[in-house]
Design a protein around this ligand. Structure first.
Ligand code: BEZ
Length: 161
């Protein structure tokens, strides 16, 4: 079942690329006691994600944070090595935290998994954005198609923070 506004984010462990390799990060560390913006993409380095979605959040990160958002988190069903490289490639360091949900544990727990096997991508995440306050979902913007960018983009989120 897909998670809804008012629900609490599940307890899962994600991974981030650190100086000494991938490091675990729990959703409690990411979301508890914080106002956080999460956006999820179907794949690092894929066209819409790389040309529009991630760059939009990097460009607007300071403005979004000036509205009281403590952290902006980008998540994908990719490994931490790929997410680290994708973040570096997009100058995301210091503005957007690049989280790997390598085995789709979080993505399945929130009901956002999408089977893109026929396109050679395996199980990935649907494209969405969420605003969370202390781990509680305040808004969800879910795209119909993996390449869609109608509601989950940074400009839309700017009206919600
Ligand atoms: C895209 O980023 O445009 C995309 C990613 C995965 C599947 C389809 C499109």
């Amino acid at each position: 079942m897909t998670i809804s506004v008012g629900d609490c984010i599940p307890n899962c462990t994600l991974a981030v690329m650190g100086g000494e390799g991938p490091a675990p990060v729990t959703t409690a560390e990411l979301f508890n006691g914080k106002k956080a913006l999460l956006f999820a993409v179907p794949g690092a380095f894929t066209p819409g994600c790389s040309m529009t979605h991630l760059p939009g959040y990097v460009a607007n990160a300071d403005t979004i944070k000036s509205h009281g958002v403590d952290s902006i988190i980008c998540m994908s069903v990719n490994d931490a090595f790929v997410m680290g490289a994708w973040g570096r490639d997009n100058n995301a360091t210091g503005s957007v935290r690049m989280m790997a949900d390598g085995s789709a544990e979080f993505t399945k727990a929130v009901g956002m998994d999408l089977d893109l096997t026929e396109r050679g991508l395996g199980v990935r995440s649907r494209r969405y954005s969420m605003l969370l306050d202390d781990g509680i979902i305040k808004t969800i913007n879910l795209e119909d198609a993996p390449g869609g960018m109608e509601v989950s983009d940074a400009d839309t989120m700017l009206d919600q923070v």
